[in-house]
Design a protein around this ligand. Structure first.
Ligand code: NAP
Length: 406
């Protein structure tokens, strides 16, 4: 009865979100431009969402529009009324406003810098102005305000990314150096894959408030669902669905000393949760075509770390995985950023005297292990969302990890 109209929808999260919101069927309608006229004329659908690139087509196809849709000039929600006419609304407006509030952003009297000038940028600009922004600056690659004169706007209070820069599979890319924006207190990125873009990771590191686009996606869906089922949905539902999605999608990534049980616990977790398990040490061995002691002996530690960085970057882009990382993977900042993109991070902390030493080039004796532990402990602690003291019984450790994650 309901669904989503777009062109390429393979990775859409909307069916998952709507399944959590109500007892109705929600399909994906992937259409080519020449199929749009017949789609908009089809009266069998009671309502649907519209996404890239058809929001303006939907705007033009509607018989009546909400004030918000008129203001924005695009429609993301269509409702077929009893008399057969098509009504269009734009619930992205509410979605963005909700996302901003979630991050503690208050636009009143603020200078807002919006990166990108496409459809989503327009929604962001209108919400910011409606909520009292003093000034809204749009940065466009080809506009008066562009990436070559950003210094004119280092005094911005709130920054919003509405470009696809940093989105999967181009994780790690960014358009601005956030440290220049000393007055900025809040950064909002409409992207939700990865959950934390490099821009948001920078915001987190600099102690600024931030939010990703997942809350906007869920909030707009809730406002659309209300119109589909003609019933108010409490705002608490947005957080419930958001938190459920986050738990379902985030990787569980294990860090800790060599021999602390990451592979064992990782495998148990993957069995318990029905998720696939990836051990970055195994990825390295496969990439290099030789064992880790052989890589150290033949090519040295730097070569090992370079391959490790490739593996951490590659696997951290994925979602819904259980990942065990090598003990030293936390040493490079680029790896730490990658780990933080999509994962909840668990530090498995095992007594130094119980750590295994066999076949491990950097921790081959108890003395070496102790020194490494002292060096790495502060990094493990600062990176981890949770620390779990490992127990000799893996099932006990597994239960502790599960308590942290769910
Ligand atoms: P769009 O209409 O294509 O606009 C994107 C804008 O980003 C372009 O107009 C362009 O602005 C800028 N841009 C594109 N590539 C760039 C690059 N390589 N470097 C710098 N700037 C670039 O797309 P949209 O519909 O506005 O969506 C934009 C983003 O928001 C997407 O990532 C989308 O997934 C996300 N989004 C999220 C939600 C949500 O619910 N979370 C909702 C809507 C959209 P200039 O040409 O002016 O530079």
């Amino acid at each position: 009865m309901f669904g989503l109209l777009g062109r390429k929808l393979g990775h859409s999260l909307s069916p998952q979100i709507h399944e959590k919101l109500g007892d109705y069927k929600y399909d994906l309608f992937c259409k080519e431009p020449e199929e749009l006229d017949s789609f908009f004329a089809d009266k069998s659908l009671k309502g649907y969402n519209v996404t890239i690139p058809y929001k303006v087509n939907a705007f033009n196809a509607c018989d009546e529009l909400s004030q918000r849709a008129k203001k924005i000039g695009s429609v993301n929600t269509c409702i077929r009324r009893a008399d057969g006419t098509l009504y269009g609304d734009n619930t992205d407006y509410f979605g963005f406003s909700y996302m901003a509030k979630k991050a503690g952003a208050d636009f009143k009297d603020k200078k807002v810098l919006v990166l990108g000038s496409g459809g989503a940028s327009l929604t962001v600009q209108i919400v910011a102005r409606d909520e009292g922004a003093r000034e809204v600056i749009v940065v466009s690659r080809t506009g008066e305000n562009n990436y070559g004169n950003l210094n004119l706007h280092y005094d911005s209070d709130i920054i919003v990314n509405t470009t696809p820069v940093g989105m999967y599979p181009d994780n790690g890319e960014k358009l601005i150096e956030l440290s220049h924006f000393e007055k900025c207190t809040c950064v909002l990125d409409l992207i939700y894959n990865p959950l934390k873009t490099q821009l948001l990771l920078d915001a987190e590191k600099l102690g600024k408030n931030f939010a990703n686009g997942l809350s906007m996606l869920v909030a707009q869906a809730v406002k659309s669902a209300e119109q589909f089922i003609d019933k108010e949905i409490p705002e608490t539902e947005i957080d419930r669905v958001y938190n459920e999605l986050l738990k379902e999608r985030r990787n569980i990534l294990l860090i800790g000393m060599p021999g602390s049980g990451k592979s064992t616990i990782g495998r148990l977790l993957s069995e318990k949760l029905g998720r696939s398990f990836v051990d970055t040490d195994e990825m390295i061995v496969e990439k290099a075509g030789k064992s880790i002691p052989e890589i150290f002996a033949d090519n040295g530690e730097k070569c090992f770390r370079d391959i490790e960085e490739e593996c951490v970057k590659e696997i951290s882009k994925e979602m819904c995985k259980v990942i065990a990382t090598g003990g030293g993977a936390i040493l490079r900042e680029r790896n730490r950023f990658a780990m933080l993109e999509n994962s909840v991070i668990i530090f498995l902390d095992r007594e130094v005297s119980s750590l295994a030493t066999d076949g491990r080039p950097l921790s081959s004796s108890e003395e070496k292990v102790k020194k490494l532990y002292e060096e790495r402990f502060p990094i493990y602690k600062s990176l981890a969302d949770f620390t779990v003291k490992t127990n000799d019984d893996p099932q006990v450790t597994l239960n502790e990890v599960l308590k942290c994650v769910f």
